[in-house]
Design a protein around this ligand. Sequence first.
Ligand code: NDP
Length: 240
Amino acid sequence: MARVAIVTGGTRGIGEAIGVALRDAGYKVAATYAGRDEAAQSFSRSTGIPVFKFDVGDFAACKAGVQRITKEVGPVDVLVNNAGITRDSTLHKMTYEHWDDVIRTNLSSCFNMCHAVIDGMRDRNFGRIVNIGSINGQAGQYGQVNYAAAKSGMHGFTKALAQEGAAKGITVNAIAPGYIDTDMVRAVPPNVLEKIVARIPVGRLGKPEEIARGVLFLVADEAAFITGSTLSINGGQHMY
Ligand code: NDP
């Protein structure tokens, strides 16, 4: 039987590439999104992957969303916590709302979504959870205390839940992407982006498909001994 995978924020960017790669590998995929209906519908039409709209920062909405996916697609074997946002500014200019939005969407979402799938995974003695962190959660970044804190929190969350899941066949890993060519990075001013690319040893931005490659590796049934790990996919940008 095909395994069922949820990809949060699965309708654009890195999430889109992850969903397509999982579908091509034989998984039954459900993609979630926040509000851009047109992008989501066009993604669904072109890929055949069903889409589900709910806010990953909302605990009750995640419970209800996972229940709907379970009913319509099947019991969830694989969860990829990919949905994320940035609201950049230096701390002295950062509003509380921008702090809170980023923590809710990037970090609380991991708790909300994992909480909604974990009992089923425990009952079936199988689960694969992959959290999409960031190089900026590992290294910090000017103008991103909210984002760096959330992503760094995801890495700690990953290691803690990996210990809880280990005896139940549930692996929990993180991927820390470097700079990837998506809408999120296209929003960076061109002069700043140029400086960023100059620091990437491979000499270019990464492609969403190059993150999807890592997800496929980590969610495989054969990856049962890999848990609590962070896979850095960053074109060699391990130090600034
Ligand atoms: P995009 O901005 O291209 O896509 C974000 C996706 O997340 C969309 O599908 C969006 O839905 C969804 N989303 C946003 N907020 C919510 C929410 N509250 N509830 C549900 N879904 C939501 O992002 P990327 O593909 O660039 O990034 C994906 C992940 O990778 C993020 O976690 C990001 O932090 C991380 N990352 C990205 C890097 C990069 O260079 N791009 C580098 C390192 C990490 P909608 O379309 O409806 O808005």
